[in-house]
Design a protein around this ligand. Structure first.
Ligand code: NAP
Ligand code: MG
Length: 493
């Protein structure tokens, strides 16, 4: 869209049982462009009644609809066709994503490509789900069959909206489940857009339902619903804890992908230029709104001062700007609420440590939820900025003495999503890989994530794994089948 043209405000409906319908209450809420602070859409404010309708549709589609008898090949083809649609419409989706969540357009394009790749990956994996023949010590055949878990409730955050939707929908559909997806209140638009294609690519009504709304009024009833067999949740640790409690009464299967306070560790022998880039990329990509952000930067003392200076110098040159401009490296934060949260941590940091860069709001923008990329140094690992997930471009640089010291500080956190270690010494790198308590450890890099490889956390970063071959297992039950091969009676009585 040319600069200066105002976006038309579209009003969306909710997508249930293959149809666009009004929410029960008829209420809607606004969705914003965080760069202009303008309303760009209205979406339904779904409540428990809407959740009930969506879950009924998903249950009927799972039990009685044509989806129940599709072959794995057919499900795979559906996912390939959806991936194709996404690729054909990648430019529009990327623009909408960038506009709605504030991320730079170049990053949004990367995300949308990854969304399509995710549907392709699970399209291929649909036909590779196999069971077992168990070697039981009897004249019997024992089988382990894999079956879809049923209706999956899927609740996602706002930082990678369509990517998070794909990470949930793709393995669920490949497994043969049906889905009720609740996008984040701030960023529901791209998920609603792809709903337009679901029937065309061959998904029967009720297989995927998308309800927009708030966590307390739409998310919670989904988690508590007795006909929902599994909840896949990505979001904050605070809400994750609520989800586990809410799911207990109906003994739901739950997978949780929660937050982190991930250490990015730099030994003195690391390639210096690569290290500086890696430190900045690790914490500032996507405005720092990344669950695996390397927000604790641990630097070995011999290079510490030079490292902080080099990071600071490069940070001052980061191009902040409107998300749709191609040279933009950092856009606004997603919402006013997130902006205020990050600004408050900038103030907390000033009391807890020394400020090297940023620390406020960039003066050049009259509007928009922009914050300066911020570096604090001489941070103690007990400081709030080293312990609490900020989810914005705020780095805490912490010095360390030696390997033992680095690992101790790195693991001293309730989280365990990710970690990275930079060194030219392969033995040192592998010792760190073994010692770090995290679901993913990068060596001489931070952040690349592939749909082919597992993703998830240790400790309070959650449980269960998405992506990779294991991602589909989270949507499967195992049924043991025992086939007696003795024709004679048991002969016990
Ligand atoms: P959030 O506040 O926890 O919300 C996540 C989702 O849960 C939203 O859809 C939210 O609805 C919903 N929700 C809130 N309260 C609920 C309740 N009581 N019952 C059911 N659902 C409820 O997280 P966020 O602020 O959107 O996202 C940031 C967080 O996500 C960070 O902590 C980040 O680390 C984490 N994250 C983790 C990963 C990972 O893979 N590990 C990836 C991305 C993000 P609303 O939209 O109304 O809030
Ligand atoms: Mg929220």
């Amino acid at each position: 869209m040319p600069a200066g043209v105002k976006t038309e405000v579209r009003t969306y409906q909710t997508y249930i049982n293959g149809e666009w319908i009004e929410s029960e209450s008829g209420k809607t809420f606004p969705v914003y462009d965080p760069a202009t602070e303008e309303v760009i859409a209205q979406v339904p404010d779904s409540n428990a009644d809407d959740v009930n309708r969506a879950v009924s549709a998903a249950k009927a589609a799972f039990e009685d609809g044509p989806w129940a008898s599709t072959t794995a090949q057919e499900r795979g083809r559906v996912l390939f066709r959806l991936a194709e649609k996404i690729r054909q419409n990648a430019a529009q989706l990327a623009e909408l994503e960038a506009r709605n969540c504030g991320k730079p357009i170049v990053e949004a394009e990367f995300d949308i490509n990854d969304v399509a790749t995710c549907f392709e990956y699970y399209g291929g994996l649909a036909t590779k789900v196999v069971g077992y023949v168990n070697p039981v010590p009897d004249n019997a055949m024992s089988l382990s069959l894999k079956e879809p878990v049923g209706v999956a409730g899927q609740i996602i955050p706002w930082n990678y909206p369509l990517m998070m939707a794909a990470w949930k929908l793709a393995p669920a559909l490949a497994a043969g489940c049906t889905c009720v997806l609740k996008p984040a209140e701030q960023t529901p638009l791209t998920a609603l857009e792809i709903a337009n294609w679901l029937a065309d690519v061959g998904l029967p009504p009720g297989v995927v339902n998308i309800i927009t709304g708030f966590g307390e009024t739409a998310g919670a009833p989904l988690v508590q619903h007795p006909d929902v067999n599994k909840i896949a949740f990505t979001g904050s640790a605070a809400v994750g804890k609520i989800i586990v409690k809410q799911a207990a009464d109906t003994v739901k299967r739950v997978t949780l992908e929660l937050g982190g306070k991930s250490p990015n560790i730099f030994f003195a022998d690391a390639d210096f230029e690569a290290a500086i880039d890696g430190a900045l990329f690790g914490v500032f990509i996507n405005q720092g709104e990344v669950c695996s952000a390397g927000s604790r930067i641990l630097v070995q003392k011999p290079i510490y001062k030079k490292f902080v200076d080099a990071m600071t110098e490069k940070t001052k040159k980061i191009t902040l700007g409107p998300p749709l401009e191609r040279e933009t490296k950092m856009g606004p934060l997603v919402s006013k609420e997130q902006y205020e949260r990050v600004r408050s941590y900038q103030d907390i940091g000033k009391k807890e440590a020394k400020l090297a860069a940023g620390g406020g709001r960039p003066a050049k923008f009259a509007k928009g939820y922009y914050v300066e990329p911020t570096i604090f140094y001489d941070v103690d690992n007990s400081a709030r900025i080293a312990r609490e997930e900020i989810f914005g471009p705020v780095a805490a640089v912490i010095p360390f003495e030696d390997e033992k010291d680095a690992v101790k500080i790195a693991n001293d956190t309730p989280y365990g999503l990710a970690a990275a270690v930079w060194t030219r010494d392969i033995f040192k790198a592998f010792r760190a890989v073994k010692a770090l308590r995290a679901g993913i450890v990068w060596v001489n890099h931070m952040q690349p994530t592939y749909v082919e490889a597992p993703w998830g956390g240790y400790k309070q970063s959650g449980f269960g794994r998405e992506l990779g071959p294991g991602g589909i297992e989270e949507y499967l039950e195992t049924k043991q089948v025992h086939i007696n091969l003795n024709e004679a009676p048991i002969g016990w009585y």
